[in-house]
Write a protein that binds this ligand. Structure first.
Ligand code: PRX
Length: 633
């Protein structure tokens, strides 16, 4: 290999010796020359009720279809097929609650729990194609509920437990769910999050909801509406059976049938429901997980994300279970009650791979090296990062202090829309801190200008993906036009997917992600839309108009800054500022709480009335505001 430029970390002989892929270049070349052949070979590793007729149908671009004609169910692959092997008794899930309680499930036990949940859903009238909204803390039942939906062919829509009333109500309404699954609450930083109360409020705004299944977690008193709300443990006692008997069968689905909807924030107030499917998504998540994290039978895999976001869907639940891995799940905050919590769990459970976000790493780094150094972290062999660019200082700390210079860091770039890793190292890849390195097999990426010309080496431009891949979202739920407009319109001629990120590619072909160039703000790795924050602000009686932007923040990556025009009769005050921050937190969720609110007389707008957030941002950062020719005033 020719010499690479900059700060480079080469993998050790041990890492290379055990890696699932030994030669990136040759497999990459093959995967590009014969993309369909590559993905067919990967799909063969899963069990199909009936094999596909065609790997890729691109006759209705950009509505690509994968493994057309194939009969499949992701749960058959994530659970059922393992029961026929010794994995039946392997640990599927190790879960630790924030108060320290522990629950473990073998694949056999996982099947029992998922089947029981599936029976209950079925008894509630949930059928193939129905959408169930799941709003839960990080407890095993969250995963059981997801898998139970998939098992009977229902579509799950998980709403992150940190979202509040408005966000939840909007997502229930868009998905038209009749059934909501929730819990009384969860534990976070020693406190109870009152999920059921949020659900009650949201249901008041959601006429479609008929019943609500409530899992008991915290045991605190909650309101239960008779005829609508049911305790999960009560339902479990009922002698209900599926039509096919006590053993609830896994439904035979088409490969392209929807598996779940997951909402992402968009430019307008309405969140976009990304639709993922059974077949392609299963192939993509399991393949990326197996190659990038070099999964072995003896691994204990810990993806410390929340299942309520795509990272949890793909890499806590589906990818790892398809690969028959042992999955670690933890309910609470990383530094509760002390900043040793994670390191203690790694030692206690012998975790071999840790996958987390730069925000979590930065948050734990600030407590110093002594906390992790008190623990035996020698079980770790690989590390991962996701959600936002990782700054080199955090990368080095993660590598040196946590990975003890032994564990390569897989900085995986991807999105809710992509379903799985798109640009990522493999364990054998020489690493540069802060770069997600190279495209995963089958993918071709480029950094281009508005016309689609590749920019010069090292220059910033727009990141595009040039090809379809099995894990891609198939559409936006109920709004295919918006899917085309948002992702495919800008490079329609070339047929490329617009990621919404800017990036640069260096001389060695390494990709460096810079950040979002649209109206998305990544706060602590969580994805929020400026529109959601703005519409929460204007729903307050004092606010006439509002604009939100993200500005760099040492710990969170970005923090929300809002500009507010007050209605006549209201005057700016620190109290009102506080009230508005609380209002956003209660409408959208605590993660959306603005860092700072400024009261202003006007906002920069285009002649067509669109707020020019880039002008606000440039001004706040003391940068050149750029082209102002479209500014109205
Ligand atoms: O800006 C990129 C950033 O997260 C965005 C996608 O957010 P979401 O759909 O919530 O999915 C996050 C988890 C996959 C991207 O457009 N992003 C994600 N991973 C990275 C990243 N930015 C830099 N480096 C990454 N590894």
């Amino acid at each position: 290999m020719s010499k690479l430029e900059g700060e480079v970390y080469y993998p050790s002989k041990e890492v290379v010796a055990r890696a699932n892929v030994k030669d990136y270049d040759s497999l990459y070349e093959r995967s590009i020359k014969d993309r369909e052949g590559f993905w067919a070979e990967e799909a063969e590793k899963l069990e199909w009720f009936k094999k596909w007729d065609k790997v890729l149908d691109d006759s209705q671009k950009p509505f690509y279809k994968w493994f057309v004609g194939g009969k499949f169910n992701i749960v058959h692959n994530a659970i059922d097929r393992h029961l026929k092997t010794w994995r039946r008794n392997k640990l599927a899930l190790i879960w630790e609650g924030e108060p320290g309680d522990l629950r473990t499930f073998s694949y056999h036990a996982l099947n029992r729990e998922v089947s029981s949940f599936a029976r209950i859903l079925h008894s509630m009238g949930v059928r193939k194609g129905d959408t169930v909204t799941i709003y839960m803390p990080q407890i095993p039942e969250l995963a059981f509920a997801m898998l139970a939906c998939a098992k009977i062919g229902a579509v799950h829509s998980v709403v992150y437990g940190g979202f509040s009333v408005e966000a939840l109500a909007e997502r229930i309404a868009d998905a038209r769910s009749r059934v909501v699954v929730t819990a009384d609450g969860g534990f976070r930083r020693g406190k109870i999050t009152d999920l059921k109360k949020t659900v009650d409020e949201a249901i008041k705004r959601s006429p479609t909801v008929e019943s609500c299944i409530v899992v008991r977690r915290t045991g605190h008193e909650v309101y239960m509406e008779s005829g609508r709300d049911f305790w999960y443990h009560d339902l479990q006692q009922l002698p209900i059976a599926c039509p096919d008997g006590q053993e609830c069968k896994t439904e035979v689905m088409d490969a392209e049938d929807p598996l779940f909807i997951l909402y992402t924030s968009g430019t307008t107030g309405k969140p976009k429901g990304q639709v993922h499917t059974h077949g392609g998504y299963a192939v993509y998540t399991s393949t990326t997980h197996r190659y990038v994290f070099d999964i072995k039978e003896e691994d204990r895999w810990w993806c410390a994300a929340d299942p309520g976001w795509i990272t949890g869907h793909s890499y806590i639940v589906y990818g790892p279970l398809i690969n028959g891995a042992t999955v670690m799940m933890y309910e609470g905050a990383p530094n509760y009650p002390y900043p040793n919590r994670w390191w203690k769990m790694i030692e206690k459970y012998g975790i071999t791979i840790l996958y987390t976000s730069p925000t979590a790493i930065r948050g734990l780094m600030r407590f110093g090296d002594d906390w992790p150094k008190r623990y035996d972290l020698s079980s770790l062999r690989l590390l991962g990062s996701v959600g936002e660019p990782i700054n080199p200082e955090a990368w080095r700390w993660y590598y040196e202090v946590i990975g003890q210079k032994r564990c390569p860091i897989m900085d995986t770039w991807w999105q809710t829309e992509t379903g799985g890793f798109m640009i990522t190292p493999l364990p054998i890849t020489p690493l540069k801190p802060g770069s997600a390195t190279k495209p995963f097999f089958g993918n071709e990426v480029a950094v281009v200008d508005d016309e689609g010309n590749e920019v010069l080496v090292g220059e910033e431009g727009k990141l595009v993906i040039k090809n379809p891949w099995p894990g891609m979202a198939r559409t936006i739920y109920g709004d295919p036009d918006r899917y085309v407009q948002t992702y495919w319109k800008d490079y329609e001629k070339q047929g490329w997917y617009k990621t919404g990120d800017s990036a640069r590619i260096d001389k060695d072909g390494y990709v460096w992600i810079i950040g979002r160039i649209d109206d998305v703000i990544k706060v602590s790795g969580y994805r929020l839309g400026t529109a959601e924050i703005e519409s929460a602000l204007v729903s307050h009686p004092a606010v006439a108009e509002a604009a939100a932007i993200g500005l760099p923040h040492e710990l969170k990556g970005n923090a929300i800054h809002a500009y507010v025009i007050l209605k006549q009769g209201f005057t700016p005050s620190p109290r009102l500022e506080q009230e508005l921050k609380d209002h956003v937190a209660s409408e959208v969720g605590p993660i959306a709480r603005p860092e700072d609110i400024q009261f202003v007389e006007s906002l920069p707008k285009t002649r067509s009335g669109k707020i020019m957030r880039r002008v606000l941002k440039a001004k706040a950062l003391g940068k050149d505001v750029g082209d102002l020719s479209t500014l109205e005033d």
